[in-house]
Design a protein around this ligand. Structure first.
Ligand SMILES: [Zn+2]
Length: 89
């Protein structure tokens, strides 16, 4: 939806962009537990695209290449470019 501005579920064309997603305590939703920086660029923060018609939502994490996977509890980098097989199949 971010690039097409079309909902993949209902084909709706009205998309709400939420640049900073917050929990109900009004804290920013983060992939790590704090704001990260890569150079001057913030990373790890969620943004969302929501279909106005059906509510389908896509979430993106800003600066994904800078995310330190080892710092996230339970996170694993699944590398589709390597022929190692999917661990959950
Ligand atoms: Zn929709």
């Amino acid at each position: 939806m971010r690039t097409t501005l079309r909902c993949p579920k209902c084909q709706g064309r009205k998309i709400i962009h939420v640049p900073v997603v917050r929990d109900n305590g009004y804290n920013r939703l983060m992939i790590e537990y704090r704001m990260g920086f890569f150079g001057d660029q913030e990373y790890g923060e969620f943004e969302s695209y929501i279909c106005r018609a059906c509510g389908y939502a896509e979430m993106y994490v800003k600066g994904a290449p800078a995310i330190n996977v080892d710092q996230i509890d339970g996170a694993t980098l699944l590398d589709g470019e390597k022929d190692v097989g999917h661990p959950y199949r």
